[in-house]
Design a protein around this ligand. Sequence first.
Ligand SMILES: *[C@@H]1O[C@H](CO)[C@@H](O)[C@H](O)[C@H]1NC(C)=O
Length: 397
Amino acid sequence: MARSSGVVCVCMMAAVRLLLRTVSSASSCAHSGSGTALLRFSPTCSSRPRAQRRHAAHFAFHPDPVPTKYGPTVKMNLFQSITSALDNTLASDPTAVIFGEDVAFGGVFRCTVGLRDKYGKDRVFNTPLCEQGIVGFGIGVAVAGATAIAEIQFADYIFPAFDQIVNEAAKYRYRSGNLYDCGNLTIRAPWGCVGHGSLYHSQSPEAYFAHCPGLKVVVPRGPVQAKGLLLSCIADENPCIFFEPKILYRAAVEQVPTEPYHLPLSQAEVVQEGSDVTLVAWGTQVHVMREVATMAQEKLGVSCEVIDLQTILPWDIETVCKSVVKTGRLLISHEAPVTGGFAAEISSSIQEQCFLNLEAPIARVCGYDTPFPHIFEPFYIPDKWKCFEAVKRMINY
Ligand SMILES: *[C@@H]1O[C@H](CO)[C@@H](O)[C@H](O)[C@H]1NC(C)=O
């Protein structure tokens, strides 16, 4: 089984590389088959007539206000804000190294563009196609005292490295009685649905890692958060997994500070205040929830509070509790399958702590318990209509 998924991985990566070459040749956006789908990433294709696009995104990106605390800002999309964070790190920390499949030429999603040329091939380099090797090497680099930033090309392919992450990286500090640690390891991976990613390029595996003490797991909702949270992961004294919503790489654009800044880990953010229902999400789904809040207000006169959890492990139970005490209702939504998803943990903890405040059962609107589908993606994802129906049910309970 492991072999055959490896083969699929190799094929898909080759396909992505091929597509990137087509994108950079820029002359045409009219390639057929899966190429058309991936080319949706390309800005050169945005002039295509609407009818030729496969389908519209299932969310509207809602940019944050321009940050004022961290100096001058420039317009960046999410992959550029990641590049900016990595650039700041390589510039300020001479021990920092970046490695992974294809990162030297910029990575399949362009997050490391220009960094090899700027900092040299000893600091930004390609690895063999071997995820357990990438993370194992990263653990060694971090334990030896350097700053290791590993890229797993898709979160779907993090599983070959599962043992290295949960049994080695997460436990290093504990099994040495805090003599050694590999807190200087950060693992980045593109994450979540993208409209056409199918089984192996759409998954949201955060819940697997949320079961592992010793790790931190973070998912940003946009470029400003991505940079500040990634820099915090890199600086944090524990190994961190940083999942980047790949559908936002180009779709999300904000004014991002060029200087380094840190946003706190394990701190959820109330992105919209409300009084009747608490909506909790992370990554792309925060934007879906914002739309649900607007629909609930317009169609039902219901006021929703939207919380971006941001850090999945260790998560900010206090902020969610405080909100549910006020609203009495909680809806949690994520793309990963509902069974054993992180919403289950949130639901259970909030039920324990806020039981007497609840006006309705806690609701989960998540992916179905199937592998992530291809053409049925629009039916699989927890879209705004499913979430809106759940809000209605909670209000009428
Ligand atoms: C991690 O990196 C920091 C900053 O570069 C350094 O001071 C620290 O010693 C490193 N930790 C370990 C365990 O090597």
